[in-house]
Design a protein around this ligand. Structure first.
Ligand code: ADP
Ligand code: GLC
Length: 488
């Protein structure tokens, strides 16, 4: 190997295949394995949620003999350390009955948070930094993800674990909309000096802001696309943190996510009724027909099969879709499939749409990974009119599966989808978030589908050809780590 292998600890609140609410879990599941494939010594630590432990148990979870004791605000918590090897990477689960043995991850339902989340993730963050001592394994880099682990860079820099004087930290923002802005008295849980509770460090408008802690104290801050790294320095996108990101822009960069190209491979996808690839597209037709069948859509071959797989929240622009599609459905130009869950009002609007257009609209509420694969494989067009999108993974899955993405030009969508109007594109893009702009790009996409099948196919092929695998992306993180580490 050309350079020394590094010991790298990834700390996050989700990781595929143990626990997932969104793309963060995909990244934390895949990036460590790609780094390992480069020769690094990588470990992952996540909270031992009830569901994660159950999933890990099926994969050979073992428990360490001892527990770690972590103090927060005068209360001691005992953490059990579970370990399971996934793709050759040890994943540690920090179990604690009173904090993580519950049905939910962040709260009893997606729209409700647990009121002790500050304690849960403060203890997890401290536990992650105590883990190296427990394992007898000293990382060169701790790579922390999102607000749940924002305290890690701060605790590390302030010497929480004296045995890690040379360990560097990287903090990745997957979505700046979620900041972990908690009550100021939760400072007690961190054990950090109250003097840090000021606007230059941990305070943000009177609250303790855990995401800000990560940004301020990490040696490097990354986010999941180049465009988003710029956007989060603007008031329009930063949810109040623009001065913080701008102030730390000297150490901020954007690295576009990869995709797990084994799990998402149309040539070999166990969830599909037929496989297909660039040179053998017939299987896609079978996937399309069977999908219509499965979801009870009328087999009208002229209609473009349009889909959405998403958390149903305002960020994703689902309201625009609900507002715009009806005329196109009535004209017989498209059918709509939605898979997702979230906001009750949005779900209600989509249900009404389905009720008005049986056989033309199908909405499936909930989380269903096999169905997500079949939808992305069987559709013609995939909609992602996100107001903000740090990276987005489903547009990349769509590209790989020959399904043209229609996206708003923002964040990672802007870095990965090029409009066919350029002559060399792989999808459709629009700018302003309003009904007029969204409708006109949808109309244009349907028009291309109806009248220019060869152009459509050429765009599909360009999308399918591109390589979005983690192998390339891991090299960028490797360069970043080596930049901050003493070992070259
Ligand atoms: P975000 O993390 O903001 O939700 P991403 O596009 O990065 O957006 O990642 C979403 C991930 O969650 C993808 O892997 C997607 O396939 C998956 N996903 C979202 N909703 C569902 C659902 N209802 N069923 C199955 N998978 C879903
Ligand atoms: C966040 C973002 C999404 C991104 C994912 C993984 O959930 O909303 O855009 O793809 O993290 O980085």
């Amino acid at each position: 190997m050309a350079h020394h292998a590094l010991r790298i600890l990834h700390a996050a609140s989700e990781a595929v295949p143990l626990v997932k609410t969104g793309g963060l879990a995909d990244v934390v599941g895949a990036l460590p394995q790609a780094l390992k494939a480069m020769g690094h010594d990588v470990r992952v630590v996540i909270p031992g949620y009830r569901k994660a432990i159950a999933a890990a148990a099926k994969l050979g979870l073992t428990w360490g003999e001892h527990t770690m004791t972590i103090e927060a605000g005068g209360v001691d918590h005992r953490l059990g350390v579970g370990t399971v090897e996934i793709g050759g990477v040890p994943v540690h689960l920090l179990a604690c009955n009173e904090l993580f043995d519950r049905d939910g991850i962040y709260g009893p339902s997606p729209s409700n948070d647990y009121d002790d989340n500050a304690r849960r993730f403060a203890v997890f963050s401290k536990g992650a930094l105590a883990l190296p001592g427990y394992l007898g394994w000293t990382p060169h880099v701790v790579h922390a993800h999102d607000w749940q682990t924002g305290l890690i860079p701060a605790l590390l820099e302030r010497g929480f674990n004296q045995a890690l004087p040379a360990t560097r930290s990287v903090f990745t923002i997957h979505n700046i909309a979620y900041q972990g802005a908690v009550w100021h008295f939760d400072m007690k849980l961190t054990g950090l000096d109250w003097a840090l509770f000021n606007p230059l460090h941990l305070e943000h408008y009177g609250r303790l802001n855990l995401l800000k802690a990560g940004v301020v104290f990490a040696d490097r801050v990354t986010t999941v696309s180049r465009t988003y790294a710029q956007e989060i320095q603007l008031a329009e996108y930063a949810f109040g943190l623009e001065a913080v990101t701008r102030g730390h822009s000297y150490k901020l960069s954007g690295i576009v996510n990869g995709i797990d190209s084994d799990a998402w491979n149309p040539a070999n996808d166990k969830h599909l009724p037929a496989s297909f690839e660039l040179k053998k597209l017939a299987g896609k037709k079978t996937c399309r027909e069977r999908l219509r069948d499965e979801l009870g859509l009328v087999p009208d071959k002229r209609a473009c099969l349009v889909s959405v797989v998403s958390r149903l929240v305002e960020q994703k622009g689902i309201d625009l879709i609900a507002e715009a599609v009806e005329p196109y459905i009535l004209a017989g130009r498209m059918q709509l499939i939605v898979l997702g869950s979230g906001d009750v009002q949005l779900e209600h609007r989509l249900s009404q749409l389905q009720a008005r257009h049986p056989g033309w609209v199908h909405v499936w509420y909930g989380y269903n990974d096999p169905l997500a694969h079949r939808i992305i494989a069987g559709s013609d067009l995939f909609l992602m009119p996100s107001r903000t999108e740090p990276c987005g993974l489903t547009q990349l899955y769509s590209l790989r599966y020959g399904t043209l993405p229609l996206v708003r030009h923002t964040g990672g969508l802007a870095d990965t989808v090029v409009d066919v109007a350029s002559g060399d594109g792989n999808g459709f893009t629009f700018g302003p978030v309003d009904l007029g702009h969204f409708s006109s790009v949808l109309d244009r996409a349907l028009g291309l589908y109806e009248h220019f099948p060869n152009d459509w196919k050429a765009a599909m092929k360009r999308g399918m050809k591109a390589d979005w695998s983690w192998t390339h992306v891991a090299k960028e993180y490797d360069a970043l780590y080596r930049d901050i580490c003493v070992v070259q």
